[in-house]
Design a protein around this ligand. Structure first.
Ligand SMILES: [Zn+2]
Length: 439
């Protein structure tokens, strides 16, 4: 194992032991009601608990594309109920970063429409009222795009003024929000039994929860919940808001190569695939490509030699630092020297184990192209790159050629980083461009 892998492995291990959980964001989805508790009844006779569960499952599916751990407090309940505090304890045991309680709204009488989100009133940490209000507003604006009216992000406090969190602020009214905020163990779900010391939240331990009332079960809102496709849209509105507010990244998807460290969205994916498929660059082993590792001068010459079918070259190497005939690159260096593809440094050494710089790579590729009889001089004004003055004189023609034939492109609009060492991914990209652009 390479040193840097060992270090990062130890780091991850330490973080797991320290935090008690794996890195990343954890969401607990709580489908409202369930079991014998049906919630309200929709216009078409559907039970709220069933609709909530469908939305929750769609939300779980939506989030499964992202780098987030998702739990549901339940996935359908038969013959038993789940108390509100059981849901909160579950979320706290999972060390959730966010709890979403999924509901649909109802009125005992009359009609109403629109969506509302309930969050904690506690402002002791940004992750409570501030972030949850911002999150709630995102949910509401996403639901608004579906045509659902915005009733706002709301808070509500318990009427018992002695029921407070540890910072002295009043406890939230809704059970799921309040219990999730409590940092202590909840034994019976009774927040403030008569005569007892109220349970208090330990600073910073509370889990922020939101109750999302997506729309009303009856009246003009019914059209937003009368099909599975509609329920899925509600879940997507929630999911997009989670992704947006908490900066979730899409899960990395393994690429079309045998390497576990090459992902489909990596900018160098196609280059690594091409160079691997064509036998130009192999991995460190059958499953590791190590795209961010540097490539040495010896490795590059070995790659070019391989592209030529590894022709044998007799004689001895002229470089004092390339004399060990058992080295994997010995014949390749002799081959490259013979054809003027590489030259030594001022001291006459080849420096096989030194990481290659981007400008050296350009020069060697240019000389390889000359050897192949494909070289055409390029007149390119490199001064559009603000670090063009860092190009050493020996590399100027090589860089002009590489930029002209688009084997090297700037690292961004303005720089070309001639002295930066080239990573294995960058070399793969340059050789891919070379093979497909230099005819
Ligand atoms: Zn409900």
């Amino acid at each position: 194992m390479k040193k840097k892998y060992i270090i990062s492995f130890l780091f991850v291990l330490a973080m797991i032991l320290f935090s008690g959980k794996v890195f990343g964001f954890t969401v607990v989805i709580d489908p409202g009601h369930g079991g014998t508790e049906s919630g309200a009844v929709a216009q078409g006779g559907e039970l709220e608990k069933d609709l909530n569960l469908k939305i929750a499952r769609y939300l779980r599916d939506y989030l499964s594309d992202y780098d987030v751990t998702v739990y549901m407090t339940h996935d359908g309940l038969s013959g038993r109920d789940l108390e509100i505090f059981d849901r909160a304890i579950f979320a706290r045991e999972k060390k959730a970063d966010l709890v979403l309680s999924i509901h649909l709204n109802s009125l005992d009488s009359g009609t109403a429409n629109g969506a509302e989100v309930w969050v904690t009133a506690n402002t002791s940490l940004d992750k409570y009222n501030k972030n949850m209000t911002a999150f709630g507003n995102k949910v509401l604006s996403n639901l608004g795009r579906l045509g659902i009216a915005n009733r706002g992000v709301k808070t509500s406090l318990r009427s018992d003024t002695t029921d407070v969190y540890s910072d002295g602020t009043r406890a939230d009214y809704y059970g799921i929000i309040c219990y999730c905020m409590r940092g202590c163990k909840i034994d019976d779900g009774d927040i403030s039994p008569a005569g007892a010391v109220p349970a208090k939240v330990e600073a910073g331990e509370g889990v922020p929860a939101a109750i999302i009332e997506h729309c009303f079960l009856k009246g003009s809102d019914y059209k937003f919940i009368d099909s599975d496709a509609d329920l899925k849209k509600l879940a997507e509105a929630d999911g997009k808001a989670v992704v947006d507010q908490f900066g979730l990244k899409k899960k990395k998807q393994k690429g079309n190569t045998p390497f576990n460290d090459i992902y489909i969205d990596d900018w160098y994916h196609d280059a690594v695939k091409y160079t691997y498929d064509n036998g130009i660059i192999s991995g460190y082993n059958s499953t590791t490509f190590a795209p961010e590792d540097n490539l040495t001068r010896a490795m590059l010459v070995t790659i070019l030699h391989r592209m030529e079918g590894q022709p044998y070259v007799s004689g001895v190497s002229k470089f004092p630092d390339v004399q060990d005939t058992t080295k994997y690159y010995y014949v390749a260096v002799k081959w490259a020297t013979k054809h003027g593809i590489v030259h030594g440094n001022d001291a006459g050494n080849f420096e096989p184990d030194r990481a290659i710089t981007r400008e050296e790579l350009a020069v060697i590729l240019k000389q390889y192209t000359e050897y192949k009889g494909k070289y055409k001089k390029q007149t390119v004004n490199l001064s559009k790159f603000k670090d063009a003055n860092q190009i050493l004189p020996f590399a100027k023609t090589g860089m002009e050629w590489a930029v002209g034939v688009r084997v090297i492109e700037g690292t961004n609009e303005n720089t070309i980083k001639p002295q930066a060492t080239a990573t294995r991914a960058e070399v793969a990209a340059m050789l891919y461009k070379y093979c497909t652009r230099v005819k």
